[in-house]
Design a protein. Structure first.
Length: 108
C-alpha cells in the first residue's frame, strides 16, 4: 500500500538535532527490550522532539520512553505481560496475522 511516505530509520542513539535536520513529518519511537529508565540519551532526545510541533508516536519501549520524557514514571510489572497474542486482519489482503505481546514495564 503506497501512502507516498518516505521512511528513514536511524540508530537509537542518533541525536535529536540530527533527526530534526531531516525535517520529519512524524517521529516513531520503536520497541526494544529492557528497562526504559537508564536510556537517558533517548529521554533527552524525546524531550527535544516534544518541544516541536512534530507528532511523536511510540510503541512498547518507545511508548515508555515517551512517558518518561513527558514526566511520567515507569515501573516493573510484578508478573509482566507475556503471550496474550491478538489477531490483526489486513483488510486489503484478507489475511489474519497474530501479534505477540511482551511487556515487562508499564508507564503511569
Amino acid at each position: 500500500m503506497d501512502r507516498g511516505c518516505r521512511l528513514t530509520i536511524v540508530p537509537a542513539q542518533t541525536s535529536a538535532e540530527d533527526v530534526l535536520k531531516m525535517n520529519p513529518d512524524g517521529i516513531f519511537l520503536s520497541n526494544g527490550p529492557g528497562d526504559p529508565a537508564p536510556c537517558d540519551y533517548a529521554i533527552t532526545a524525546i524531550q527535544k522532539f516534544l518541544e516541536t510541533d512534530i507528532p511523536v508516536f511510540g510503541i512498547c519501549l518507545g511508548h515508555q520512553l515517551l512517558a518518561l520524557a513527558s514526566g511520567a514514571k515507569t515501573v516493573k510489572m510484578k508478573f509482566g505481560h507475556h503471550g496474550g497474542n491478538h489477531p490483526v486482519k489486513d483488510v486489503e489482503k484478507n489475511v489474519v496475522m497474530i501479534t505477540a505481546q511482551n511487556h515487562g514495564f508499564c508507564g503511569g
